[in-house]
Structures are given as C-alpha cells and as structure tokens.
Design a protein around this ligand. Structure first.
Ligand code: ZEM
Length: 290
C-alpha cells in the first residue's frame, strides 16, 4: 500500500471535509454520558491513541498507529488492551459519519481532541495513516507492564525511540483517567480532577507520601493522606530513579514547560512508523472550549 503523498489530498479533504469538523464531532460527544467514569470519554480515548501507537519498534519499523491493527482479535485481546473496546466502539459513531477517515487517523485525532478538550496543550497532527490487515498485528508484550521497574520502562520506551525526558513527559498523561479493576486489575485515579489535563500528576507524585495499598489486588501505591489516589509500581520509578526524578521535578514546577514537552512527545508517539511525505499538511485543531 503506497503512503499518502503530501501534496495529494486525503479522501476526506477531497470531499471537502475538514479534519476540524471531525475534531468538533468528537469533542461534542466526550461528555454525552455523565454516568461513564468521571463524566468524560476523554481519558479512555487518550489510552486508545497511546496503545495503538505504542506497539512501534524502531528496529524494524513494525507497529505504530498506521494500520489500526487493534481492530483485530489477537491485538484486541492482548492483556494491556483490556477495556479499550469502549473507546473503539465510541469512535464507530464518528466513523459512521466520516467513513473515508482511516481508523489510525481517527484514533489518533480522537486522542489529541480529548487532551485538548480536557485543557491540555495544542498537539500538531497530520493525516495519512491507512488501514492494514491482520498480518500486521505485532506480538503481545510491546506495551509497558505496570508491575515492573525502570529497567523495563526504559526498555519499552527506548524501543519506540524515546529518551528519559520524553518518557517522564508522556507519563504525565496519567493526570487524567483512572484504573479499573475489571480492565487492568488496578484501581483508582492518579489525581483529584481526572478529567483536567494539568501537571498535577507530578506534584502529587513528588509531594505526597505513597504507601503500598493493603488489598487483595495487584501491588499498587496509594497516598497516605486520603487513600483515594493511586500510583503503579512502574511509575513510582519517576520518583525513585535519579534521571527520571529530575524531569518530574521540572514538570511539577513548570506546567508550560511540561505542556510544550508533552505536546512534542505525544505528537511524535502518534506518528511513529507513519510513512509521511515531507510536505504533509500539519493540523493544529482549535479547542471548542476556547
Ligand atoms: Zn497508562 N495506564 N500507562 N499511559 N493510561 C492506565 C490508564 C491510562 C501504564 C499503565 O500500566 C496503565 C501511559 C503510560 C503507561 C493513560 C495514558 C498513558 C492503566 C489503567 C494502566 C494499568 C487501565 C484501566 O484499568 O483502565 C504504564 C505502566 C505506563 C508506562 C510506564 C502513557 C505514555 C499514556 C499517554 C501518553 C490514560 C489516559 C489512562 C486512563 C484510561 C481511562 O480509561 O481512564
């Protein structure tokens, strides 16, 4: 399948549909069901965008958001992807409205839309992903295991081509959303405002005292003060590993700096393995809340 040439318009653009329209459609749906989690589908859409991209391997160019192979049974049932059917089904309503958009473009655009609508930074986005077949599903185990340590975290993110600074910047996305016992086995949110995209995650990580939660579930940490927030073993390393901690401290102090670095790292994540022509148009979507 040939990559979309930069000068050639995508099918959607040819039909006169601007991607901002797709963005607005998703934005309008985010809070359509007040009974869902904390009232927004935003966080689970961010997780879908991340998991569809985070399968990338720089060594052989396999995986990544181009192809949207999580539509297929082997990848949909990889343990790390438990619960993401919620996000994929949600976006089927958007796909029905704009059938010409590829799933990879739709899922990544939705992740960026969710972040921006929850108050996060503007994240540049480019169309051009195309649907691939089941043969392009990558093996299980490419996404991080929350039970592991910094060696594992580095191994996983270095494989995608990220450095320590980018790893720490990306993890701040846990400002939004929560863990669900029926999806990952873990329980609870990371912050007190899990639908607001702020640098609160780093502040809590560094300022609160974290203790092991006493329960029958997998090992996780809770804040000693309120017992209502959580941290995964893998991300406690941001407070324990010297190089990681350096960046966590910078982002805890300076939200603008974090927004800038997060935007760059997330945009890079969304584009891993996507065969763009150099002159592909860059979109910067206008938040509907502005
Ligand atoms: Zn997460 N993440 N993640 N993550 N993640 C969960 C939920 C969410 C890890 C992880 O094990 C888990 C990144 C990195 C890492 C989001 C975004 C991003 C959950 C809970 C787990 C267990 C799933 C559930 O039960 O529903 C680990 C170990 C990571 C790296 C070391 C990166 C990078 C992200 C984006 C940039 C988001 C938004 C959620 C919340 C989903 C929701 O439904 O609320």
């Amino acid at each position: 399948i040939p990559p979309t040439s930069g000068t050639e318009k995508t099918t959607l653009e040819k039909k006169g549909i601007d991607y901002q329209q797709v963005y607005n459609t998703i934005a309008d749906m985010l809070e359509e069901n007040e009974d869902y989690d904390d009232g927004s589908y935003g966080p689970v859409l961010v997780r879908l965008a991340w998991h569809s991209s985070g399968t990338y391997s720089a060594a052989d160019g396999t995986g990544g958001s181009c192809g949207a192979t999580m539509r297929f049974e082997p990848e949909a049932t990889h343990g790390a992807n438990n619960g993401l059917a919620v996000a994929r089904d949600f976006l089927e309503k958007v796909k029905a409205k704009y059938p010409e958009i590829s799933y990879g473009d739709l899922w990544t655009l939705a992740g960026i839309c969710a972040i921006q609508e929850m108050g996060g930074p503007i994240i540049p986005w480019r169309p051009g992903r195309f649907d691939k077949t089941q043969e392009h599903v990558t093996p299980d185990g490419r996404l991080p295991d929350a039970a592991k340590d910094q060696r594992h975290v580095r191994e996983i993110f270095y494989r995608m081509g990220f450095n320590d600074q980018e790893i720490v910047a990306l993890l701040g996305a846990h400002a939004v959303g929560r863990c669900h016992t029926d999806r990952s086995g873990y329980e609870g949110p990371w912050t007190f405002a899990p639908t607001s995209f702020t640098n609160e995650y780093y502040k809590l990580l560094l300022d609160e005292k974290w203790v092991e939660k006493k329960w029958k579930g997998p090992k996780q940490y809770e804040d000693k003060k309120t017992h209502s927030l959580m941290m995964l073993p893998a991300e406690m390393t941001l407070a324990w590993d010297k190089e990681f901690k350096k960046w966590a401290q910078i982002y805890a102090k300076d939200q603008d700096k974090w927004f800038e670095d997060f935007s760059a790292a997330f945009s890079k994540l969304m584009e891993l393995g996507v065969p763009y022509a150099a002159d592909t148009k860059v979109y910067k979507f206008k938040p509907t809340t502005a």
